[in-house]
Design a protein around this ligand. Structure first.
Ligand SMILES: [Mn+2]
Length: 456
């Protein structure tokens, strides 16, 4: 099992203890999740906060930091001979625990002897089995469990700032993801099925001992933002969106999107939209630096979108007025990006608004802005995705047209020509540095000529 040094985990826990001050902190690791019956399970994925503070990538664990008694305990079973018969010999839990700087391992059945029900901080639980476990442990109804706000905030503050060893992991994730994207570019052609390309993407990924950080989005219907259907035959003249990324053995994620022409060559009409999105992406990235509010970057990207759509005759009017009205949401109904780290949408299990918003910065309800997961000021050490897009969603266009929405701005008759266009999205993962930014990983082709060259 790949682990950072014991010092890394100890330092992380010590910083957390300082932030929380007193009481106890309980972290629940994940359990195996049954797929169709108990013994047939989904791929095991450890909880990211558990990984961050305790590193051990095994099911059935929980861990206690008792600040008042200066004690750290990992609760879990040692492997029995029955386990070993089925899964083979394993390093003992006690030995793994000592590698992450924890000297005490205790059977889970003892946990209630160590927990002070009124002094224990815990995070929001997204898995039902852990909700039930906590409910029974603390004698509270599931609906009445109260996660600790101070713990949520402390964990977010800590995990948001990536250290050099984490950046190495994330760079590795992006570099494998890059190979997945180059494979997709090389294996896409007219007449093939989408799933054939998805198969190649997965083959490349598994060949690097990586796993998906989220389900692959590969589709000629890119206007559907999270399209996991891969059953279409691809035709010349279509665009395919490939939004796929992997996580390393240690759980750090990459999240990259490229949009490619099925035929290997962009048409002029596709280029117009593609280069608009590319301009949004590049200019957003180039503006990144600490203290910049990410919501402003989202809005600047929208401004480029509206300016270019205006020159294509798809919208008319004053661009700033359109920005205020939220016209951009019709074409880009999602946010510019999100934090990324051990989770592909990093830390969202703790509450999206705690991650991307702050006191005095409320989430806007306009289409587009309402899906902006990261709005607050950037800090050195943040890693975020920059992923502008432009989509033509027939159902949304026809709804807005029939409601007369944005009728002073949107040229609905010209939009008729784009109803079968699909969509374009381009995404990179970017580290905020003291002096600006750094795109993680080796360059992944995104210029029109570069993409066409690879697809030749
Ligand atoms: Mn993303």
């Amino acid at each position: 099992m790949k682990l950072f040094s014991a010092e890394t985990y100890k330092n992380r826990r010590n910083n957390l203890k300082k932030a929380i001050g007193k009481g106890q902190i309980l972290f629940l690791g994940n359990n195996e999740a049954p797929m169709n019956y108990t013994d047939n399970t989904f791929r095991f994925r450890q909880d990211s906060s558990f990984l961050y503070y305790f590193g051990i990538n095994l099911p059935g664990l929980s861990a206690l930091i008792d600040i008042d008694h200066d004690q750290e305990i990992i609760f879990g079973h040692e492997f029995s001979i029955d386990d070993i018969i089925w899964i083979g010999p394993h390093e003992s839990l006690a030995s793994l625990a000592s590698k992450v700087g924890v000297e005490q391992t205790i059977s889970p059945s003892e946990i209630d002897k160590y927990i002070f029900k009124n002094a224990v901080h815990f995070l929001p639980q997204y898995r039902f089995d852990n909700q039930i476990f906590l409910s029974e442990l603390l004698d509270q109804k599931v609906s009445e469990l109260k996660p600790s706000l101070s713990l949520i905030q402390a964990v977010i503050a800590q995990r948001s700032i990536k250290t050099a060893e984490e950046i190495l992991q994330m760079t590795e994730a992006v570099n494998i993801t890059r190979q997945m994207h180059i494979t997709a570019m090389k294996s896409t052609s007219a007449g093939k099925m989408e799933y054939e390309v998805v198969g190649k993407i997965l083959e490349t990924m598994h060949g690097h001992n990586a796993e998906l950080s989220y389900p692959v989005i590969f589709s000629v219907n890119g206007q559907t933002l999270h399209n996991h259907y891969h059953g279409n035959k691809m035709h010349a003249g279509q665009l395919a969106i490939n939004d796929s990324g992997c996580e390393t053995e240690m759980g750090y994620a990459g999240d990259i999107t490229r949009t490619i022409p099925v035929s290997g060559k962009f048409t002029q009409k596709q280029k117009d939209i593609y280069e608009t999105v590319l301009e949004m992406e590049v200019s957003s990235i180039e503006s990144l630096k600490p203290e910049l509010m990410y919501r402003d970057v989202h809005l600047s990207a929208n401004k480029i979108l509206l300016t270019n759509l205006k020159s294509l005759g798809l919208v008319n009017g004053n661009v700033d007025d359109m920005l205020t009205e939220g016209v951009g949401g019709l074409f880009m109904p999602h946010g510019l990006g999100h934090m990324i780290g051990l989770d592909v949408h990093d830390l969202e299990a703790l509450g999206e608004n705690y991650v991307g918003y702050r006191d005095g910065l409320e989430r806007c309800t306009q289409l587009g802005l309402k899906s902006l997961r990261m709005a607050k000021e950037l800090e050195a050490g943040h890693v975020i995705t920059v992923e502008p897009g432009c989509y033509f969603i027939p159902e949304l266009i026809s709804k807005y047209k029939s409601e007369g929405k944005f009728k002073d701005f949107v040229n609905y008759s010209k939009l008729e020509e784009y109803l079968d266009f699909g969509g374009v999205r381009i995404e990179d993962n970017v580290l905020i540095t003291e002096s600006g930014y750094e795109i993680l990983g080796e360059v992944i082709p995104k210029g029109v000529e570069e993409v066409e060259e690879i697809m030749k």
